[in-house]
Design a protein around this ligand. Sequence first.
Ligand SMILES: CCCCCCC[C@@H](O)CC(=O)SCCNC(=O)CCNC(=O)[C@H](O)C(C)(C)COP(=O)(O)OP(=O)(O)OC[C@H]1O[C@@H](n2cnc3c(N)ncnc32)[C@H](O)[C@@H]1OP(=O)(O)O
Length: 302
Amino acid sequence: MHKPSQVIPSLCEGYVLSKGTKSYSFKDTILYALGVGASQDSTDPEDLKYTYENSEDFSVLPGYATVIPDLFTNFMSLEDCPGMPEFNVMRLLHGEQKITIHKPLPANATVEQTAFIKSVSDKKSGALVVLEIATYDAEDHSPICNNQTSLFIRGIGGFGGTKSSNQENIKFPNRPADFTYTKLTTSDQALIYRLSGDYNPLHVDPNMAAMGGFTRPILHGLCFYGIAIHGIVKLACNNKPEAVKEISARFSSTVTPGDTISTEMWKMNSNTIYFKTTNMNSSKVCISNGVAIINYQSFSKM
Ligand SMILES: CCCCCCC[C@@H](O)CC(=O)SCCNC(=O)CCNC(=O)[C@H](O)C(C)(C)COP(=O)(O)OP(=O)(O)OC[C@H]1O[C@@H](n2cnc3c(N)ncnc32)[C@H](O)[C@@H]1OP(=O)(O)O
C-alpha cells in the first residue's frame, strides 16, 4: 500500500479501525480486575466483589470499559489508515483517555462496537490521534459505554493543521487531598494486564521497548489508569462501581512495572472529583488532569 510521507488528517478523520460484535464473560472481568491490582489480602477484603463470581454483589470495575474495545485490532489497524505515514509503533504512547459509562457494566455480554479516528492534530513532537469507540448491548442496542482514546505518536509531527488538545488543564485545590490511594505495582503487572487485550510488546519485550527509546518495558497506560479508578471506587465511591459515570485523564509520564503509584483525589462538588497520580519512584505525575464524574445518589453513605 502506498503510504504518504506525512500525516494527512483529512484521510485519517472518519477512518474506521474496527466494527463488529464480541462477547465477554465474568472470567474476562475478573482477569481485568487482577490486572489492575485487585487482591484478596487482608487490606483489600472488598475486592472479592470484583474477583469472585459467587460473591453476593459481584460487580465489574468501571475501568473494564477501556478493554471492551478490541484494543490490539484497533492499534494494528492504525498502520493501515491511508492518511498515516510509516511510523515506528513502539514510539506510539497512550496520551489521554476518557470513558463515559451509560449503565453498570454487565459481567457477561455480547456487544456491538465501532472504532474510528475522530481527529488528528499536530503537536510538533508528534501527532495526536483521537479515537472514538461506542459500545452497545447487542441484545437491546442500548448504549453501554464510550471510549475516547488519544494516541501520541512521537516523531511524526510537523504536518501542519490544528494543534489543539482535547482536554482542559485542571487546577488542583491548594489543600490536602480528601483521599489517597497508594499502590505498589508488581514486576509482573504488565504480563497479567496484557491478557485483557492490549498485547503491545512495548510493555513486555525489552528489545521492542528499546526501539521505543525505553531502557525497560513500560506499564500500559490503561493499567495504571485502571489502578487509579479502582482507588477512586474504593475510597471516594464507597466501593460502589455503579456510581462512576465518566473519567478523563492524561498520561503525562511513564510507569515501570514495580513502581509505586499514589493517586490523590479531591471532592470538588456534589458530583465531581479531581485526581492525579504520582509515580513515587520517578517523583513525576504520571496521570494529570484527572476528572471523575460520580453519581452520589447511587449510594447513601459517604
Ligand atoms: C487503538 C487502541 C489503543 C489502545 C492503547 C494501545 C497503546 C498502549 O499499549 C500504549 C501505552 O499504554 S503507552 C503507556 C502510557 N502512556 C505513557 O506512558 C505516556 C506518558 N507521557 C509522555 O511520555 C509524554 O507526555 C508525551 C511523550 C506523550 C508527550 O511529551 P512531549 O513530547 O514532551 O510533549 P510536550 O512538549 O509536553 O507537549 C507538546 C504538546 O503535546 C501535548 N501533550 C503533552 N502530553 C500529552 C499527552 N499525554 N496527551 C495528549 N497531549 C499531550 C501538550 O499539551 C502540547 O500541546 P500544545 O502545544 O497544543 O499545548
